[in-house]
Write a protein that binds this ligand. Sequence first.
Ligand code: ACO
Length: 403
Amino acid sequence: GIELGKLLSATGYTTLDPGFVNTASTKSAITYIDGDKGILRYRGYPIEQLAESSTFIEVSYLLIYGELPTADELAAFTTRVQRHTLLHEDLKRFFDGFPRNAHPMPVLSSAVNALSAYYQDSLDPDDPEQVELSTTRLLAKLPTIAAYAYKKSVGQPFLYPDNSLSLVENFLRMTFGFPAEPYSVDPEIAKALDMLLILHADHEQNCSTSTVRMVGSSDANLFTSVSAGINALWGPLHGGANQAVLEMLDEIKANGGDTKEFVRKVKNKEDGVKLMGFGHRVYRNYDPRAALVKQTADSILSKLGGDDELLDIAKALEEAALTDDYFIERKLYPNVDFYTGLIYRAMGFPTRMFTVLFAMGRLPGWIAHWREMHEDPATKIGRPRQIYTGYTERNYVELGNRK
Ligand code: ACO
């Protein structure tokens, strides 16, 4: 693309592009998407191959460092991350201050931001060793924080991490286990969750990643930049959609399961109802992640005995939408969030934890983009322009003279 911005600012013009529909904010070598063809590749590797053969820890390495690790590099990276899973004891008390019915997303973003207060020796964005340390700390501690946010919400005691387990196994144990009881991780659940995290690991300049880059462009530290990304992710138009999809399916089920009636409401834009989990800014064809999730939904739900009726409603909605002119004309297809919630629920996660799982998956992507931005000499502080539409100039009116 041409650097239109520079050209125009030299001539005194400003471009207006609400929602950045056609404006690139950066060059990036991390993730490739072809929205028309439904292609997604991390560092050139097709998402289908990574989902089939890789692991989340390996994909994290790939996104952050640009290459698949050798066996030695992977072992060293895994050990490094495993050694940092503990939270500072004082930071554990932080959770006590939240109401028990708090949504876990603000708990997660607050605790991640608080890492800046507890780990002050890894805040300097210009010191490569400190960046390495904050990277490791974030990858290691986010699953612990996520599990504690869950434990807090159900009023159960926290478990210390067991570093003989993989990242995902450890997270499952800290979430569903109890301190004095043995907990054996179901390998199929661990594998399915690991695969879902891979699918969420990066998606180039989406809302939360752009937020991480924007905050980081002021030289804010990695913890605080990622915390901002977590907040951006929470919105129902972005990562919060996985929770919104399940709430939508529950509501349709409670109203007798009439999917045609729901689709009619969506088409007539009644009360602003949208088909959650459908549509995407970039994909104008099937979201390749959704195709992979749908396959997993079938196998995991038949193993775990999830809610078949909800799965049937989801499939009926998809069928109704894919054959309807409203959706066809607008090129609206299921996105990654359409089927994930059904799997998370079958695994035992409450609806409110779904977006937390998305955040765990997206973390390596946020870190990779923050680091890429810092390493790029062309980076400037993010500072969009505006088209001013207010008053040009008027004189101040004393309080007593105002009507
Ligand atoms: N249900 C019904 N209509 C929709 C939907 C939907 N899910 N998505 C888009 N449309 C319609 C819009 O109303 C608009 O119609 P119009 O031309 O008659 O006004 C048209 O399709 C184009 O949609 P836009 O909103 O302009 O598309 P945009 O790229 O801005 O939005 C978004 C993309 C936010 C994902 C949108 O499709 C949406 O709200 N989907 C539902 C929420 C969702 O699932 N979000 C998750 C996204 S993926 C992720 O973050 C992981």
